[in-house]
Design a protein around this ligand. Structure first.
Ligand SMILES: Cc1ncc(COP(=O)(O)O)c(C=O)c1O
Length: 371
């Protein structure tokens, strides 16, 4: 699905030098590369503050901790996301309120959010799924009308632009009160282990987030907040400094792959290609097609037989997971999520795909439906 080896072969010497310099400095925790990476990412994202942390799940956890919410406060998010988005809500004793996505963009439905808002709602967590922004302008309008916080889960959308109706653009993750991201190796901006970050334009949130991510420590051995240990390793920061320089180029290469897939399946009545929203650029963390009539699993098996990898993101709705049964949802709730879980298939997508690989994948899929 991704080819991190091909990428390392391209940028290996730069990465090796970056790692070696950290090894020689022995500044493994909070070394200078961490601050420099935060500053460089801050510039790239055009945001006031970037606070690095240990992974994208922690970033979400920290974001929700800093809002000062109380057990039972309600958080609205999408039912069609990676589990991390919802588990932190549950861990903090907050009440998870799930909403179906839009079936075409895969992102949280604004109409669904409107219906889910109650007097106990405190925050909305849109997830910019597969590399394309949720409808942030509408979400921010709703949030301001109801006095709610917005935490953007931008783990899959580092580098995507949201385009407002007046034409101005902002990076995914920098529009809400706090944005979060992940540097998991397969992400568009990935390190060589775990890593994450938070974005905010609010000075107070930034200060508190920095403190909470470092044990709640204000000055050495003085604790104003109850915190956690969630820091980005210096080695990972040094790697990310190298990879950030290539992010725009890598995102462009992903778009070329997506354009090829779009064209290859344009005549197919069986394959629905991912819709591109008018209000967002798409950086194709995943290229996810929809296959109807219960043919998705057969297609996946056929592709396997041809040594073509594919993945199902996500195979089961969150509301039916054993761990979340206590939310009290029924089998038939969330029809859109349930259908998507049966129809979606993500195809290989990374910046180093070769034309012969792409031809093989596209012809494999077309042949499956022709035979
Ligand atoms: C949408 C989403 N949110 C959160 C995360 C969590 O990130 P991490 O794996 O770095 O904890 C991921 C990562 O896979 C993700 O895809």
């Amino acid at each position: 699905m991704v080819d991190l080896k091909a990428q390392y072969e391209k940028i290996g010497p730069e990465i090796d030098t970056a790692i070696k310099s950290v090894l020689e400095s022995t500044a493994f925790i909070k070394g200078p590369d961490v601050r420099l990476f935060e500053e460089e990412l801050q510039q790239y994202m055009c945001v006031m503050h970037v606070i690095s942390c240990a992974n994208g799940t922690d970033a979400l956890h920290l974001a929700m901790m800093v809002l000062g919410l109380k057990p039972g406060d309600e958080i609205i998010t999408t039912n069609f996301t990676f589990i991390a988005t919802v588990e932190v809500v549950a861990l903090l004793g907050l009440k998870l309120v799930l909403v179906d996505p839009d079936p075409d963009t895969f992102n949280i439905s604004v109409e669904g959010i409107k219906k889910a808002i109650s007097p106990r709602t405190k925050a909305i967590v849109p997830v910019h799924l597969f590399g394309q922004c949720a409808d942030m302008e509408s979400i921010m309008e709703l949030a301001s009308k109801h006095n709610l916080y917005v935490i953007e889960d931008a783990a899959q959308a580092t580098g995507a632009d949201y385009i407002f109706s007046d034409g101005t653009k902002r990076k995914a993750g920098t529009i809400g009160h706090i944005g979060t991201t992940s540097f998991f190796p397969s992400k568009n901006l990935g390190c060589y282990g775990d890593g994450g970050a938070l974005y905010t334009n609010d000075d107070n949130f930034a200060k508190k987030l920095r403190s909470i991510a470092n044990h709640g420590m204000k000055e050495r051995y003085h604790y104003d907040d109850i915190g956690v240990n969630s820091r980005l390793d210096t080695i990972q920061a040094a790697i990310l400094r190298v990879k950030l320089k290539y992010l725009s180029q890598f995102n462009e290469s992903r778009k070329v792959v997506a354009d090829f897939y779009d064209e290859a399946f344009s005549g197919s009545i069986h394959v629905t290609v991912p819709q591109r929203s008018k209000y967002s650029s798409h950086i194709f963390h995943q290229y996810t097609i929809k296959v109807k009539n219960e043919k998705r699993d057969k297609l996946k098996k056929y592709l396997e037989s041809m040594k073509i990898p594919s993945m199902i993101y996500y195979p089961g709705p969150l509301h039916l997971q054993e761990a979340y049964r206590n939310l009290g949802y029924n089998e038939n709730d969330f029809q859109v999520t349930t259908s998507l879980c049966k129809e979606v298939l993500s195809l290989p997508m990374h910046p180093d795909m070769e034309q012969d690989q792409l031809d093989h994948i596209a012809s494999g899929i077309i042949n499956f439906f022709e035979n």
